[in-house]
Design a protein around this ligand. Structure first.
Ligand code: TXA
Ligand code: MG
Length: 441
């Protein structure tokens, strides 16, 4: 499917800080909060007002923080504005967008657009409601990282680009009060995909957004790092049995515990490309959350001896050609997979931060001679807790990209731990070209 042409006349991308507002717990309703912020005349309120004005009137999307990842927002009711999202991200046109709302009333206005030729609301007084199947989920998880699919009504006010011409639209109410403040200040539902360039890992800081989209958008609101770190769970309650289309911030087991959702199906593919050799040909890749490097994912519980055999073989294999090697650790791996020479500097010890050391390896040059090569090893420890792993994952993949790492080894976590673990493994499998299973040499 064709993406929009990348040709955009370069523009200055400004990053405005909104840390205070993004970390605030609003005193009352979002409306009251916005009214008092506007009265205060603070620089952050002015930044939000400026973003809201751009969203209402412009056709270039705005980057903003949510609790999951940064979004790239546009007025969901205006086609030229929504087209701007696809253009900035170079996103394929057949991938629909999530609509973000600040209230259930906003959803009701989407379900009940004015009838075509009368100024009246709805059809014959039968007001469309959110289907009952979603009630228990909404009560439990909204506002929060859960996206539901709703039928897109005839005469929908949503731009057709939002739904990629499907008969449904995806919608969520973010738990981030800041995101709801921006929606409220704009007074429109905001279509917002993750604010990365298409195929790249989702952004969890404003700097990630800037890295991918500088020169392509005008404004990024910088609220600091996102708390959840992986995107919302997408569920379809319109099919029977209901389905999970994307694992995310809300866990599958939590959903299954809700009435009507006991038999929920997993309707997403969750496999890395299984290949014997590490592919170098980009055409062989089908990846979503992909850094530039090749990613080799080890299933949780892989035998340390087989990991070390695999890594050592790669390091000594000139064909792989990796000069820079990344290691992303979670639960059990030791620093640098134990490869750091005693003379190398100690690791930073801080969760999520990058440490590095160099390593001399000898490899078989010809059948009779050996040669030496210097490798740089970059190491990130994401921590033990699933929440920390989810929060730091995309930033770690991006940090490896900044260092131009050739290959990244990642320590997987068990899928079946509920909560975020399945989401983390789903993103890793999409980023990886190969997953080494337990017991696989
Ligand atoms: O946490 C999130 O959901 C973030 C933040 C910014 O809110 N947004 C996000 O959007 O991850 P995006 O565009 O990167 O992912 C949207 C996902 C895609 O997998 C898309 O296919 C699916 O939601 N989706 C949206 N509308 C859909 C629909 N009508 N039917 C099926 N899938 C839909
Ligand atoms: Mg995305």
């Amino acid at each position: 499917m064709a993406a929009f042409s990348p040709s955009i006349s370069p523009r200055e991308t400004r990053v405005l800080p909104v840390h205070r507002l993004n970390n605030a717990s609003p005193p009352g309703s979002i409306a009251e909060w916005w009214a008092s912020e506007q009265k205060s005349g603070s620089a952050e309120a002015a930044a939000v007002a400026e973003a809201a004005e751009l969203l209402r009137t412009g056709n270039t999307p705005v980057g903003f923080p949510t609790e999951t990842v940064y979004g790239l927002g546009a007025d969901a009711t205006r086609s030229p504005a929504v087209q701007g999202i696809y253009r900035a991200k170079q996103r394929p046109l057949d991938n629909p967008l999530i609509v973000h709302v600040d209230s259930e009333e906003m959803i009701e206005s989407l379900l009940n657009p004015p009838a075509a030729n009368s100024g009246t609301n709805g059809t014959n007084n039968t007001k469309r409601k959110i289907p009952d199947i979603y009630r228990p989920l909404i009560e439990r998880f909204w506002p929060g990282p859960l996206t539901i699919l709703l039928p897109n009504p005839p005469n929908s006010i949503l731009a057709p680009e939002v739904t990629a011409k499907l008969h449904t639209f995806g919608v969520r109410m973010p738990s981030s009060p800041f995101a709801r403040l921006l929606i409220h200040a704009t007074g429109r539902p905001l279509a917002a995909p993750s604010a990365n360039a298409s195929t790249k890992p989702s952004p969890t800081t404003a700097q990630h957004v800037y890295h991918d989209l500088q020169g392509r958008i005008d404004l990024i609101l910088d609220g600091g790092p996102c708390g959840v770190g992986v995107e919302s769970t997408v569920v379809d309650g319109l099919s029977s049995p209901p389905a999970i289309l994307r694992p995310g911030g809300v866990g599958i087991e939590e959903i299954r515990a809700c009435p009507g959702w006991e038999n929920v199906r997993k309707a997403y593919k969750d496999e890395a490309l299984q290949l014997k050799e590490i592919p170098r040909a980009p055409g062989m890749k089908y990846r979503h959350y992909s850094p530039k490097a090749d990613v080799v994912l080890f299933e949780a519980g892989s035998n340390p001896a087989s990991i070390s055999r695999r890594v050592n073989a790669d390091l000594r294999n000139t064909a792989v050609g990796a000069k820079k090697v990344g290691i992303i650790r979670t639960r059990t791996w030791e620093y640098g997979l134990g490869l750091a020479p005693p003379s190398s500097p100690p690791p930073s010890g801080e969760i999520g931060s990058l440490s590095s050391f160099t390593l001399e390896v000898e490899y078989l040059h010809t059948t009779h001679s050996t040669a030496k090569a210097t490798k740089t090893i970059y190491d990130v420890h994401l921590g033990q807790k699933t929440e920390d792993i989810a929060r730091g994952l995309f930033a770690a993949l991006r940090a490896m990209d900044v260092e131009n790492v050739d290959i990244i080894y990642v320590e997987g976590i068990p899928d079946n731990e509920g909560e975020l673990a399945a989401a983390v493994m789903n993103r890793l499998r999409k980023a990886a070209e190969v997953e080494i299973r337990k017991g696989q040499a």
